[in-house]
Design a protein around this ligand. Sequence first.
Ligand code: NAD
Ligand SMILES: O=C[C@H](O)CS(=O)(=O)O
Length: 486
Amino acid sequence: MFNFQNLHSQYIDGIWREGDSSLQMENKNPFNGETLASYQAANIKDIDRAYQATKKAQKDWEVISPTVQREILEKVVYVIEENHEAIAQIITKEIGGTRLKAEFEIGLVKNMLKEVATFPLRMEGKILPSVTEGKENRVYRVPVGVVGVISPFNFPFFLSMKSVAPALAAGNGVVLKPHEHTVITGGTMIAKIFEEAGLPKGLLNVVTTEISEIGDAFVEHPIPKSISFTGSTQVGRHIGSVAGRHLKEVHLELGGNSALIVLDDADIDLAVSAAVFSRFTHQGQICMSANRIIIHETIYDNFVEKFLAKVSELTCGDPSDEKTIIGPLINEKQVETTSKLIEAGINEGANPLIKGEIRGNVVEPVVFGNVTKNMKIAKEEIFAPVVSLIKAASDQEIIEIVNDTTYGLSGAVHTENIERGAQLAKQMETGMIHINDGTINDEPNVAFGGMKNSGVGRLNGEWSLDAFTTTKWISIQHNRKQFPYS
Ligand SMILES: NC(=O)c1ccc[n+]([C@@H]2O[C@H](COP(=O)([O-])OP(=O)(O)OC[C@H]3O[C@@H](n4cnc5c(N)ncnc54)[C@H](O)[C@@H]3O)[C@@H](O)[C@H]2O)c1
Ligand SMILES: O=C[C@H](O)CS(=O)(=O)O
């Protein structure tokens, strides 16, 4: 079993080393403040080394046998299984993820890897007829070349892998830059797993640093032709504009303000369980978390009573205790932001039906009743265990409330009438929506992504294959062609 804490901070051209920056970084456990690793950050020179190494290695990888590529990806699953316990522990220590979250995240990674292991043998093209006599058109699917991947702190193992693995599987090389607070889980641990699985050196490089050390160099570098970003809408907008200026393709998986809807004919107990899971899993730090629960007025009181009873039972504290459901937020800054949003909710007249304490980085559940759609807590993404309950009088009003946000990621509708749910789902401006389920769903073969300010592009299955490949038209004129004037 690996000790992922002992890795150096940079993995460049198959070599483990420290960054060239003089900036010393510390990686801390968000629950107890324990220092997990101290390391020297990467600087712009390291970014350049990483991209140069990737470009070189990718040329060989692109033409290697697809069965060899597939075997390496399958071996990655095996290495993960061999190191399951070490991975679960680092998710708990570095991110504050509970055991449940760690298992959930490892499961997502393995499922996704099994899907992308099929990519090398799915790089198919097309032969198309031609408007010109004697001509044959071939359209090949080819890798984009080098992909830059930027990942967030909340599900870093999965969300780094979600772009790294399909990009490699489609014949690309990758430079990965994880979030500065999750450099192991989102970065070096992934490099170690691929190294152990036999990925050729130089093909996957990991740079870990603070943005103050590199500015926009990761995106601006001339080598990557595609940038895959997962993170906040604010940063994603910036990444998109920098990438656009440099004519790079960009995929953006961004923030959300998802709603779980409870219609008057819903199975209330099921809706309560789905709502609790959708809001409180990983302390509410999931892009698809249900920020808002919109409940039909005729069942509002019944739902609220049962919801509060379930929320009151949630155990908060040390994520390494297997009974804990709500562990710490990632850092003090997130706690401060949450605390301000809670204050804003109270000042705007929302009713705190449950208002837990804040202990260190652990924020206990806060449930607001009587929330209206114009309140800040209903409009903004809350990356914490804080939820807004909103009452609605009709299906029409529900749609208006759901769509009254700049985000459009996920959602859920609870009803005994599936077609009524499906009709409402069609009117909701979200990339994903689930009937009689939670808002948190991610399947390896199904399109994942948001509308509006929640993202650009889709990942998973054939959508990832499209995201990390491009096409190349090669035409062959079999007849001797007559040109008009020569
Ligand atoms: N839609 C999705 O699939 C999805 C998944 C997970 C998280 N998210 C969203 O991410 C947010 C939380 O994550 P976060 O706080 O880590 O997001 P963030 O936007 O603060 O950071 C994301 C990443 O961007 C990097 N970054 C910032 N500026 C950069 C620059 N100039 N060049 C290169 N990289 C740069 C950060 O270092 C980090 O690695 C939430 O809004 C959440 O909804 C979305
Ligand atoms: O924040 C969004 C997610 O973490 C996506 S997933 O649950 O990891 O698929």
